[in-house]
Write a protein of this length. Structure first.
Lengths: 415, 313
């Protein structure tokens, strides 16, 4: 009986939102954007057949050609060997005829300093300059290192740091993954803020349109708030699921297909390896939901306290600080995830969704700390619901001046 | 728990303050079951605050409110239908959906809410608008949709705060007829209005409040009988300079003549004598049944306001 009206509120909120244009547009545009991020490079890759990237290599050293050619090929260039010591007139003629975009001459100086000259009709793009220069320098370094008996591949990959943990065996053994931690934290910040603000706006609208008076004469304000938050929460899960599924489809099938078509884009394969698994996804959603419940309760309060959007903008400022704070702390926490400061900050419930996520994804949080933060956040959700529910119940029917802090406290006590 | 004979609404010595201003002072009021009771008074006199306490949105600072013998803030909410004065709607919802939602939060199953909602829309002449968004309707139509949402769950107590304001005369008549119908089927109706004439047509009981205090309440017919000799209908030819005197609290032109509202216990014969002395040609001098408006003026000291132009207190 009691729950039927909460259910009615959830249902109304969900259906109205999912059916709205704003929802459809935002739901579709994010995957479109992701798709475009993948497709645009493909589009440009196809255009790389252009003349500027067709070059001839004149190898005076006799050793660099074999190292340079595959490297350039994999970056989307077309190369052909030209006889060394020959006269360049023939090559110049081929350039003038538009057969090739230009030619490079590799000599002893190239071997010693990585310096090389490109003879070309047109000025190459900065990107082409960079790939050419890097490829030549790398080829020269490889040659030099191998001549002195070193493993050029290993050295040029930047060596490797192996880590053997002596204590604290619980720490997740995953390699620290900066980007998953950083981007994940950022996404958490954005979606929690976005949906919590949606709750605030909905509350404010119900208050200013006075519809709340009718509803509250039929159900407890606290039930209305609960229904509202759960309804928006359901919408957010729907939207996030769509985004995540599209992302996974793009990541698992789209990406390999694209790599097969464009072998020069092998770097992207690394992105795929970095994508989080299902367990991580579940943890991500748990952090999101707990964060959303905490913040939406607080934002519902702000909506109930205020009478205009301008007022609400001001009143939400303290809450935004709690959301932005972790973003500012994100990089230091990812960099030293096991420090006392990172540990204590990430256990503070209002910071946990973002900072604990960053530590987990960054590989620096023991399982018991993750469990503790989940527990603390759950307790905070209950506590916030209790306090916020009271402020909401009084505020939603109150018009006039925004309450001061002592007044808010009185509402909590009296409600 | 509920005694069938007990009143639908009972307020006992209720006071509500906002800051240091009394919105309602020491108000005692009973609404028996099955009647239409008018809650009357000028704007700002405390009608809406009283109603909000009855529906459990506000709590009195002093005194008690009971609905069907129980506390309004607990389980009785589904027995009430409340149409607030400031009308809020979900603008983006379709009319029928909106009404169904209101039915649902009062505990009605969805299909039943839909069925009744459609029937009400038909009855109010909005059958074709069921699937239109509320924001596409005119203000008056929105008001009817809201009314349908208020009565959808067949409440035992219907509380209407200025239900007729903003409606054209035709729709006012439609709504009046529906209100009388609901009353005939046993619904108790508490009607707040500042339109005295309308209250006079609809209500069996009235409660007059002014400046946060109750001025008078009871059965309308009995009140009128008690006020007999309080109002004189006067028609005459010539100057009206002789009419005014200490007996008269208020004078008003009605149908070409004057209605004089007298102070309590004033001698109406004194007026007649003054007229004779002044040599006026008096065509009619009659003690008439007072109108509600006139009763109000006699008791509230002349600040009655039945055209809605009065300033908020």
């Amino acid at each position: 009986m009691t729950w039927r009206n909460v259910w009615a509120v959830i249902r109304r909120e969900y259906i109205q939102r999912v059916r709205s244009k704003a929802f459809v547009i935002s739901t579709v545009s994010v995957p479109l954007f992701m798709g475009a991020a993948f497709l645009l490079p493909m589009f440009f890759a196809n255009r790389s057949e252009q003349r500027e990237r067709r070059i001839a290599i004149v190898d005076e050293t006799g050793v660099l050609q074999a190292r340079l050619a595959p490297r350039l090929l994999s970056s989307g260039w077309t190369v052909s060997a030209a006889p060394a010591g020959g006269d360049q007139a023939a090559l110049r003629g081929r350039v003038a005829a538009g057969e090739i975009g230009g030619f490079v001459v590799l000599d002893e100086r190239t071997l010693a300093t990585g310096e090389v000259t490109l003879y070309a009709e047109d000025d190459p793009s900065p990107f082409d300059r960079l790939t050419l220069r890097t490829a030549v320098a790398r080829a020269a370094m490889e040659e030099g290192l191998e001549r002195s008996g070193l493993d050029a591949d290993a050295m040029l990959d930047g060596g490797e740091l192996r880590i053997e943990l002596l204590a604290d065996a619980e720490t997740s053994a995953r390699n620290p993954d900066f980007w998953v931690a950083y981007i994940g934290g950022f996404i958490l910040y954005m979606v929690i803020l976005m949906y919590a603000v949606a709750v605030m706006r909905a509350t404010l609208e119900e208050k200013t349109s006075r519809i709340v008076e009718v509803i509250v004469s039929s159900m407890k304000p606290w039930h209305l708030m609960l229904g509202k938050i759960l309804g928006v929460g359901a919408v957010s899960l729907t939207q996030l699921s769509i985004w995540i599924l599209t992302g996974m489809v793009l990541g698992t099938s789209g990406l390999p297909a694209m790599l097969a078509a464009n072998p020069q884009m092998t770097d992207l394969a690394q992105i795929r390896e970095g994508l989080p698994g299902l367990g991580f996804l579940a943890l991500f959603l748990a952090f999101f939901l707990l964060g959303f419940f905490m913040y939406s309760g607080l934002y519902a309060c702000v909506g109930a306290m205020c009478n205009t959007h301008e007022e609400a903008q001001q009143a939400q400022a303290p809450l935004v600080i709690f959301l932005v704070g972790p973003i500012l702390l994100l990089i230091p926490v990812i960099q030293s995830p096991a420090s006392t400061m990172a540990t204590s900050l990430s256990l503070f419930p209002l910071f946990s969704p973002i900072l604990m996520w960053a530590r987990v994804a960054g590989g620096g949080a023991p399982a018991w700390q993750v469990a503790l933060s989940l527990l603390l956040m759950t307790l905070s959700v209950v506590a916030i619901a209790w306090v916020a529910g009271r402020i909401y119940s009084v505020g939603i029917l109150m018009t006039g001046k925004r309450p001061t802090l002592p007044e808010l406290w009185r509402w909590v006590k009296e409600a | 728990m509920i005694s069938p004979a007990g009143p639908a609404v009972r307020l006992e010595r209720v006071t509500k303050r906002f800051g240091n201003r009394n919105a309602v002072s020491d108000l005692t009021l009973e609404v028996p079951r099955g009647v239409i009771c008018g809650l009357l008074g000028p704007n700002g006199s405390g009608k809406t605050t009283t109603i909000r306490m009855i529906v459990g949105i506000l709590r009195p600072d002093e005194g008690t409110v009971s609905l069907f013998g129980g506390d309004p803030s607990t389980t009785r909410r589904t027995k009430i239908g409340y149409l607030p004065e400031e009308r809020g709607v979900y603008k983006k919802m379709r009319c029928l959906e909106f009404i169904t939602f209101l039915a649902e939060i009062r505990g009605l199953p969805r299909p039943e809410g839909r069925r009744r909602g459609l029937a009400w829309l038909e009855r109010l002449g909005l059958g074709d608008w069921a699937d239109k968004k509320v924001e596409d309707l005119s203000k008056g139509m929105q008001q009817k949709v809201q009314f349908a949402g208020t009565v959808i769950h067949e409440p035992e107590l219907l509380i209407l705060d200025e239900p007729f304001s903003g409606l054209d005369p035709i729709n006012q008549d439609v709504l009046e007829a529906i209100v009388l119908d609901l009353k005939a089927s046993g619904t108790t109706i508490l009607l707040s209005t500042h339109l005295m004439d309308q209250a006079e047509r609809l209500c069996e009981r009235v409660c007059l409040i002014s400046r946060a205090r109750k001025v008078l309440d009871g059965d309308l017919r009995q009140l009128k009988a008690a006020e007999w000799k309080g109002v004189v209908a006067l028609e005459f030819v010539g100057s009206d300079r002789w009419v005014d005197g200490p007996e008269i609290a208020h004078a008003e032109r009605v149908n070409g003549g004057l209605h004089l509202v007298l102070h309590d216990g004033a001698d109406h014969q004194a007026i007649l004598r003054r007229g004779v002395q002044a040599g006026a040609e008096i065509l009619r001098f009659e003690l008439v049944e007072p109108r509600l408006h006139e009763i109000f003026i006699r008791h509230a000291g002349g600040d009655g306001d039945d055209d809605g132009t009065g300033a908020r207190a």
